[in-house]
Design a protein around this ligand. Sequence first.
Ligand code: MD3
Ligand code: FE
Length: 204
Amino acid sequence: SLEIAPGCLWFRDALDRAAQEQLVADIRAVIAQAPLFTPRMPRTGKPFSVRMTNCGPLGWVSDETGYRYQSFHPDTRRPWPDMPASLLALWAAHAAGAPPPEACLVNVYDAGARMGLHQDRDEDDLTAPVLSVSLGDTAVFRIGGAARTDPTRSARLSSGDVLRLGGASRLAFHGVDRVIAGSSSLLDGGGRINLTLRRVTVSA
Ligand code: MD3
Ligand code: FE
């Protein structure tokens, strides 16, 4: 693996094609139970260009009232689907002994979708790493430091890449500048899916 920022490990091609296809099938089943929703910005209500869903006991949501983790889908009000075994195995392989993941946020990027520079700080446990899995079209990812004005570097995350964000990178500003259409044949109809696996609560 390559350390692209302090504490940010990039495992290129961590997943072979069969493993990627298994994850896509598992995520399609999650979406069938918990349909993609369009998050909205706190206060303004401006919609995100990325659509989302979650699996696991907790899921990240955002609307006019704020960002938060909750145990149910914002539209259906049903509990999030279970975390697939494929994702638990991925955590066991890459999360370096951290307590089990509680949330998997599924980000779906259709043509033109992006994610502005932000910090992830809605989790109570900021000591556990976050794992990110890229599937489908390549993303131009950007990561900086703990201050918004710190210098950034960019990396192209391709299908099957896994990133582990720990240490100093856990509070680094990051985002997705754009997705390169037609760069992968994994997803029918193109686009990109990113999965982030996280510990949310502090374990005993
Ligand atoms: C750095 N997702 O879900 S994955 C997010 O590609 C998010 O969908 C992006 O940012 C995506 O919050 C980036 C890489 C990533 C994920 C979590 C991080 C980088 C991170 C948490 C802390 C620092
Ligand atoms: Fe993030």
